[in-house]
Design a protein around this ligand. Structure first.
Ligand code: ADP
Ligand code: NA
Length: 328
C-alpha cells in the first residue's frame, strides 16, 4: 500500500501551474493507485493561507472554490479523500510537537520563507513555521508519497528530516515521505515574467492563467506571452526561458516532450497558437463540471464532511502515538 497526501492553499484562484505541477497527476495517477479512499488524501490547506495578510470572507469563499475546482478537475470522492485542513484538529496538534524538534535555523533557510519575508514589512510568525505545519499535514497520515511541484520539494525534504529526527530520538512513529515531482511543467513560469513562478498568490496579471479563465482570455494571455526576439524554435530553459515555458505547457497538456515538440515549429506565433488551443481544450471539461458543481453546494458539503471524518480517523492514532512518544 502506498499512502499519498498532497495539499493546495486557498490563497487565490487556482492556476495552470497548480494544475500541471500537481493536480493533473493527482487526478490521473495518484487517486487511482488504490481503490481505497484512505490511500490518497488531498487537502485544501486553509491554515496555510493565514501566513500572510488575508481577508476572512475571501478566504472562506476561496476554500470552497478550491474544493469545487479539485472535484471539477476530476478528483473522485469515491476513490480518494478530499477535505479541508482546518476541519481536522490533528494537524495543529502535531505541528506544535514537531516545532519542538525543528530549529529556527533550518526554517530560516527555506527559500520560500526568504523570498516571501523579504517582500514584507512585518512578517507573521506562521510564515516561518509554515513548513512545520506542512510536515504535520504529511506525517499525520504516515504518507509515503507527496506529489508536488518543484517549488515544494524543499519543504517535503524538511518533512523527511523531521520524521527521521523524531523517529531516532523518540522511537519509530512516522513514515519517511518522499516528494514526487512531474517530469515536465514542474515549475510553470509567469507568462509575463518568465523568471518567476506562476503563482495564484500573486496579484492577478496577464501572466497568470486561472483555471476558470474563458477561452478568449486564455488565447489573449498566451498570444501576449513574453518570449525573446530569436526566430528559430528551440527548447532552451536558460537562453529562451519564455519559449521553453510555453513548450513545457504544451508538452504537459498534450503528453509530448518539449524538445521534440520544438522541432515541429518554425515560428513563435505557431507555438503560441497551439499552446492556447491546448490549454483551452484542457480546461474546457473542468470548467463545465465546475459550473455543474456550483449548482449543487450540498454535494460539496457532504464530500468535505465525509472527507474530514475519514482524515480525522486516520490521523488520530498517529498523532496520539507521537504525543506518547515525546512524553505527553
Ligand atoms: P501557489 O504557489 O500557487 O499558491 P500552492 O502553494 O498552493 O500554490 O501549491 C499547490 C501545488 O501546486 C503544489 O504542489 C505546488 O508545488 C504546485 N505549484 C504551485 N505553483 C506551481 C507552478 N508555477 N508550477 C508547477 N507547480 C506549481
Ligand atoms: Na484511491
Amino acid at each position: 500500500m502506498t499512502r499519498i497526501f498532497s495539499g493546495v492553499t486557498p490563497s487565490g484562484h487556482l492556476t495552470l501551474g497548480n494544475y500541471l505541477g500537481a493536480i493533473q497527476r493527482w487526478v490521473s495517477v495518484d487517486q487511482h493507485q488504490s481503490p481505497h479512499q484512505e490511500d490518497a488524501l488531498f487537502s485544501i490547506v486553509d491554515l496555510h493561507a493565514l501566513t500572510v495578510e488575508h481577508e476572512p470572507a475571501r478566504l472562506r469563499r476561496l476554500t470552497r472554490q478550491t474544493a469545487t475546482l479539485l472535484l471539477a478537475a476530476g478528483l473522485d470522492p469515491k476513490v480518494c479523500t478530499v477535505f479541508v485542513q482546518s476541519h481536522v484538529d490533528e494537524h495543529t496538534r502535531l505541528s506544535y510537537v514537531l516545532e519542538c524538534t525543528a530549529t529556527d535555523g533550518e526554517l530560516r533557510r527555506m527559500i520560500q520563507y526568504r523570498e516571501k519575508s523579504a517582500k514584507q514589512q512585518s512578517v507573521r510568525v506562521s510564515l516561518l513555521t509554515y513548513p512545520v505545519l506542512m510536515a504535520a499535514d504529511i506525517l499525520a497520515y504516515r504518507t509515503d508519497e507527496v506529489p508536488v511541484g518543484d517549488d515544494q520539494a524543499q519543504h517535503v525534504e524538511l518533512s523527511r528530516d523531521l520524521a527521521v529526527r523524531f523517529n531516532q530520538r523518540y522511537g519509530h512513529t512516522f513514515t519517511v515521505p518522499r516528494a514526487v515531482v512531474p517530469p515536465v511543467a514542474a515549475r510553470v513560469m509567469d507568462l509575463q515574467e518568465p523568471a518567476s513562478k506562476m503563482s495564484k498568490s500573486a496579484s492577478a496579471t496577464t501572466g497568470i492563467i486561472s483555471l476558470l479563465d474563458e477561452p478568449a482570455v486564455i488565447r489573449k494571455k498566451v498570444m501576449r506571452a513574453v518570449t525573446d526576439s530569436g526566430s528559430d524554435v528551440e527548447y532552451d530553459r536558460v537562453e529562451r526561458p519564455g519559449l521553453a515555458n510555453l513548450l513545457e505547457i504544451l508538452a504537459a497538456c498534450t503528453g509530448g516532450e518539449p524538445a521534440e515538440l520544438a522541432a515541429g515549429y518554425d515560428s513563435y506565433g505557431a507555438v503560441k497558437k497551439d499552446v492556447a488551443e491546448a490549454v483551452v481544450e484542457l480546461l474546457r471539461p473542468l470548467q463545465e463540471r465546475h459550473a455543474a458543481l456550483c449548482a449543487d453546494p450540498g454535494f460539496l458539503d457532504a464530500v468535505l464532511r465525509d472527507g474530514a471524518e475519514r482524515a480525522r480517523a486516520l490521523a488520530r492514532p498517529t498523532v496520539d502515538a507521537a504525543y506518547r512518544a515525546i512524553g505527553l
